[in-house]
Design a binder for this molecule. Structure first.
Ligand SMILES: *Cc1c(COP(=O)(O)O)cnc(C)c1O
Length: 391
């Protein structure tokens, strides 16, 4: 009897999933397949394979057909991410926004154009829905209002938890219950499957901007949806028809990024927790936001001018995006959420004084020294303002 364990822990999957066949191929590192097309001398068989794809969207059996139908290197990343999220399948795209667009197109093509969504969302996700760029119509609500907001033509419920940029959290199990038979999409970019696997709580679709933690090094733009195979088939058909495919080299870099995801997330989260404690105790800081699930994202509101903090960092990079090995800071009201209407932004809790910090793997003392000096001499603190008022 074979007594080996049949399930593998997340840390093990991170370095082995999507690579199970390598030893049999006599390889150790995954190959990068850059072919856009593949030879076939049997066009009758090819026709049957294309018909099968048009019916189910399942990856064609046997050799690949054409780069827009699927790529073996990208498929390795998809397999690995599905294992980490605990879903049957995953479908990768050229960016997080391409992934979200494909989901909206799948549902819209079924006549289910209405979307229920909870703010805040990543600024461009908010914009895509608000502007109705893909013909969808959105109802914004809070988590408790989801059930009442559903209509017969509702095709999707969309939430982020922790949310970008306030790190507000949602009870995923309760929202999934409120959705009934409508698919719940959870944007899991901030938590990553290391800290939270929304499918376990009833989400049918788990979306990542893989540009962030999954890639992890600030050098890949990508998106992915983890879901059941039925929905994955529809996503592949939309990807085939609209062309938002991921480049194979990006697929390779993402697979490589996944292998260090658990250690990166844990180490950066430890740094973040220490910075949260110091920021919370600092009189120059009005409010600190940090989710119960943990993670390496921290948001905080300053008493002084947030633009001065951005201008003052030297080690931390003042830039949009997040989830890299090095720390990044940005002002959501100016950059990541600029495209959202100012009143909607403020209603969603994105204050003009809010700064969003993506904590990296630097030594925490160096990070604190940089933040401490960027926060400035006590300028702008309540104590300093009182001193100034007293003259
Ligand atoms: C960045 C981001 C996106 C968009 O992803 P891209 O890869 O930039 O297209 C979507 N959701 C969240 C939470 C993000 O942070």
């Amino acid at each position: 009897m074979d007594t080996r364990r049949t399930t593998r822990a997340l840390a093990t999957e991170a370095v082995h999933a999507g690579r199970d066949d390598l030893a049999g191929l006599g390889l150790h590192a995954p190959p990068i397949d850059l072919s856009t097309t593949y030879p076939s001398y049997d066009s009758r068989a090819e026709a049957a394979r294309i018909d099968a794809f048009a019916t189910t969207g399942a990856e064609p059996d046997g050799p690949p057909v054409y780069g827009r139908l699927g790529n073996p290197t990208v498929a390795r990343f998809e397999t690995a991410l599905a294992r980490l999220e605990g879903t049957e399948s995953a479908v990768a795209f050229a960016s997080g926004m391409a992934a979200l667009s494909a989901v909206l197109l799948v549902r819209g093509s079924m006549g289910l154009r209405h979307v229920v969504a909870v703010r805040p969302l990543y600024g461009c996700s908010d914009h895509l829905l608000t502007a109705g760029l893909l013909g969808s119509e959105v109802t914004w609500t809070d988590p408790a209002g989801v059930a009442d907001a559903l209509r017969p033509d509702t095709g999707l419920v969309l939430v982020e938890s922790p949310a970008n940029p306030t790190l507000a959290e949602i009870d995923l199990r309760a929202v999934a219950h409120a959705c009934g038979s409508v698919p719940l999409l959870v944007d899991n970019t901030f938590a990553t499957p290391v800290l939270q696997r929304p499918a376990e709580h009833g989400a049918r679709l788990v979306l990542h901007s893989a540009t962030k933690y999954l890639g992890g090094h600030g050098d890949v733009l990508a998106g992915v949806v983890a879901c059941d195979e039925e929905f994955a088939g529809r996503l592949r058909q939309v990807r085939f028809a609209t062309g938002g495919v991921l480049h194979p080299l990006a697929g390779y870099l993402l697979l490589r990024g996944l292998s260090t995801l658990p250690v990166r997330v844990r180490a950066a989260s430890a740094n973040a927790a220490e910075l949260v404690a110091r920021l919370a105790a600092d009189p120059r800081v009005a409010r600190v936001h940090y989710p119960a699930v943990g993670g390496a994202m921290v948001s905080f509101e300053v008493h002084g001018d947030p633009h001065e903090v951005i201008a003052g960092v030297r080690l931390i990079t003042p830039a949009v995006s997040l989830g890299s090995v090095d720390s990044l800071i940005q002002h959501p009201a100016s950059i990541s959420h600029r495209i959202v209407d100012a009143d909607d932004r403020r209603d969603a809790g994105v204050s003009d004084r809010l700064l969003r910090l993506s904590v990296g793997l630097e030594d925490v003392e160096d990070l604190w020294a940089d933040l401490d000096s960027a926060l400035g001499e006590r300028a702008g603190t309540p104590a300093r303002r009182e001193e100034l008022a007293r003259g």
